[in-house]
Design a protein around this ligand. Sequence first.
Ligand SMILES: [Zn+2]
Length: 89
Amino acid sequence: MIEIRYIGPLACPFLLCATCGLAITDSSTALARWPEGATRGVDFIHKGRCDDGRDCNTDELDAFLSYLVANTTAGGQAGRVAKGEIALP
Ligand SMILES: [Zn+2]
């Protein structure tokens, strides 16, 4: 889940862990996960302590966020395509 926290006049977006509810402040310690075969329902969890071992697809959060940025800029021609992992339809 994405939450906006107001720090003074600034609206700051944070990702919250789906298990513990705390903000994820270090992407290298977290995962994006979604149900096997699903195209929606992505959530974010801390690795280890908050991973209940559910049978889901996962990506390292830092990689997932870089794909997300790439796929929402430059016409979506970067992301995983640039890494040769998938082709755009
Ligand atoms: Zn957590």
